[in-house]
Design a binder for this molecule. Structure first.
Ligand SMILES: C[S@@+](CC[C@H](N)C(=O)[O-])C[C@H]1O[C@@H](n2cnc3c(N)ncnc32)[C@H](O)[C@@H]1O
Length: 409
């Protein structure tokens, strides 16, 4: 079980108090974002709605069953999956941004008195601590969404984050947000199944990814790429969907649940805690932690909150569709989005699956890397500032993200 409140190197600067996080600015910004996304959704063409609905075909497939992939999508299935992912996420990110889920992930259940957004913030604070960045760090975020997690991480740690995403729409949103917040993060449109990644060797001091790896075709190859682009000593923090020990792939009822859950959470692959750890190790990383980051290993209290939110939004929007104020495709989109959440909750309660599995790994030092690292440390020994201290000095006086402001006390 993850213990996010345990002190680590960054803890002296992190104020986890909840009271002052709910600022007016935060609510205003959310409202603006929601209105923007609402307009985008209202303006979707019938072709875009069809592409979104058709993209769900990939969630009936699995990377592990190549034969079925080829039968369904043809020999260039990887490219087709990429296109479907882009079609899916270019709409989904706006469906999520209408409300609380501007970051498109269900976080680990870390504080059951709080909602999704605060649990996301708590989880991101855990990432910021556990990847233990040096000053002036460069960090990589694969499947970076709309760059909001990157903004939070860079404000907490002072690091520069490079985010990579297959969807041009989210990259544009990430860049605009980055500019608005006067941050120096970078965003690249690229498919992480198209290797090698367009990134230099030995470049990043840390890595995180949040619920994007199940969309990677070959975890070992992707981990090998990460090994190439990370510096020795760099830590990797991963949060993802995984099927757990209690899941029996031969059990017809489990199969039925799985068939419903994959489209709901948007998963193509079905990793296990062990399979992903093996991929990390095969690429040369040392796995430091492998655990479910949710309290007591269950996430359903938060899944219920997400489901309530989408059902409420659906009811309100359907009212507007009925009186002709919104196009009928809002019904199509929200019907699809809210389908089968009961199966997800049931499977989570039975501990068959989770979307809050967490791995922490490290790229080990080789002997030569260790001695040059030692020399570098001696060079910089005059400055004992942590990355978090640097962040405090250099971060612009922006009001977002609100959680970060408090961490700078
Ligand atoms: C479930 S969301 C994860 C949430 C995301 N980390 C965030 O902060 O909002 C998966 C993300 O991975 C991106 N993605 C999916 N497949 C990808 C691929 N093959 N290459 C790059 N990005 C991909 C999606 O566009 C989406 O932003």
């Amino acid at each position: 079980m993850a213990t996010p409140q345990e002190p680590t190197i960054a803890s002296p600067k992190l104020d986890l108090s909840k009271k002052s996080r709910g600022t007016r600015n935060k609510r205003l910004r959310r409202l603006e974002t929601a209105v923007r996304s609402f307009r985008v959704l209202r303006g979707l063409t019938p072709e875009q709605v069809d592409s979104f609905m058709n993209s769900y075909i990939i969630y009936d497939l699995d990377w592990a069953d190549e034969k079925m992939m080829i039968e369904t999508l043809g020999p260039d299935y990887q490219k087709k999956v990429g296109q479907c992912l882009a079609d899916y996420y270019s709409v989904l990110n706006h469906l999520c941004a209408i409300g609380e889920l501007e970051k498109m992930y269900i976080p680990p259940a870390m504080d059951l008195d709080e909602g999704l957004t605060m649990n996301q913030i708590l989880y991101e604070e855990q990432i910021a601590k556990e990847i233990q960045l040096p000053p002036n760090a460069k960090v990589l975020d694969l499947g970076c969404g709309r760059g909001r997690v990157a903004a939070h991480i860079s404000k907490v740690t002072g690091a520069q984050v490079t985010g990579l995403n297959i969807d041009a729409d989210q990259i544009a949103s990430a860049k605009a947000f980055n500019k608005e917040k006067k941050l120096s993060n970078e965003f690249i449109r690229a498919d992480f199944n198209d290797l090698p990644l367009p990134l230099p060797d030995n470049h990043f001091d840390g890595f995180y990814q949040i619920q994007a790896f199940s969309l990677a075709k070959d975890h070992t190859k992707l981990c090998q790429e990460l090994f190439r682009v990370l510096k020795p000593g760099a830590k990797l923090s991963l949060l993802d969907w995984a099927s757990l020990d209690a899941y029996d792939p031969e059990d017809p009822y489990h199969q039925k649940l799985m068939k419903r859950i994959k489209p709901l959470i948007g998963a193509v692959g079905t990793p296990t805690p062990e399979s992903l750890a093996k991929s990390l190790e095969a690429a040369g990383f040392r796995v430091l932690e492998s655990n479910n980051a949710s309290i007591d290993g269950v996430q359903w209290p938060l899944i219920i909150k997400a489901d309530d939110y989408f059902r409420t939004a659906r009811r309100a929007l359907l009212g507007l569709v009925r009186v002709g104020l919104l196009p009928t495709h809002f019904k199509t989109l929200f019907d699809r989005l809210t389908k089968d959440c009961d199966s997800f909750i049931e499977a989570d309660k039975a501990r068959l699956i989770t979307t809050s599995y967490h791995w922490l790994a490290e790229k080990p030092f080789t002997d030569s890397a260790a001695s040059s690292e030692k020399a570098m440390k001696m060079d910089s020994s005059a400055s004992s500032d942590t990355a978090v201290n640097r962040s405090e000095a250099e971060s612009p006086a922006s009001e977002e993200p609100p959680a970060v402001q408090e961490q700078k006390l």
